[in-house]
Design a protein around this ligand. Sequence first.
Ligand SMILES: [Zn+2]
Ligand SMILES: [Zn+2]
Length: 363
Amino acid sequence: MCADGRPRASSAASDLSPMRTEPAPRFRDRAARRMTGRAVVPPYPSRVDLHTHSRRSDGVLEPRELVSAAAAAGVRVLALADHDTLAGVRELCAAGSPDLPLTLLPGVEINSVAAGIDGLWEGELHILGLGIDPDDETFESVLDRQRRLRETRFAMIVERLRNLGMPVDPSAAASTAEAGSSLGRPQIARMLVQAGHAESVDAAMKEVLARGKPGYVARQGIGPQAAIAAIRGAGGLPVLAHFADAPTRRDLVAELVGFGLGGLEVHYRHFDADTVADMATVAASLRLVSTGGSDYHGDGESYAEAHATIFVPDQDATSLFEALDRPLAASTFSPISTLGPISTLGPISTAAPTAKSGSGVPS
Ligand SMILES: [Zn+2]
Ligand SMILES: [Zn+2]
């Protein structure tokens, strides 16, 4: 089930100095804008999802459940990209895992701290590492440090909530966490709902835990340049995730390209159609691989429901595997590589997206 082939060696950037501050204009309005334009209408159910989360970070499904749900929805190339951990990927890739008709691409998401860059949502740039070598020890040590910083932040938020009169019981999250799992705010948001302090995970994230809200604690961790270098060093493709400001901040994206950025998440569940078109233009002009995914976490929706609202073209997976210099196994992705045009693959629905979707708050 796991993608074949060892990751190619790559030339990681050696300079890990903090990213320089650029005189960026303020785009807070655009960074925080709601997507109200034309919805993306999937021309056929996506067979590609390159951005998902499991319980090994802040998703709700076990890795096995996620993969099964994705396969059942018709996904044939799936990247599990938990925050700061490859624990789920390793479990799925372990010998003896039952086979499923999809290719699993090892992935990770690093919420890099972009201090000094003005106007970013929560002061972060999220970098996906797609096609990571899950056995790379140097990369694992980077992730291990990130996870320890997450634990510290988690404890600080819990303490802050106690002082705010919104106590939560963190033992449930801690007791069910597998070794190598990472903690994040969505777990705290769920505890706030459980304790009756918030009506929904969405509300807890937006009204209590987001930057500028009383329960916010700033993230600690590596910056975008270091994240990109670490991902390259482990053979993965660094991809800038859900950065809707890319069309107006092309210079910033170009600077990241200078550090080794290789892809841009063009197709994202919460992008409207015009944003997708603008993102595609940026990706093409900077020669970045276009990728896409659901960013599924699982709060208040099934995978199938999330899947129905995204469209990630097959070409995204094809281009990604080309960039990784790896074969896209015919047995698991045969519809594209051997069966020809999509129209030969059987019934293709033109289901319009449903109104329901996740919080829209990337985590
Ligand atoms: Zn994500
Ligand atoms: Zn993210």
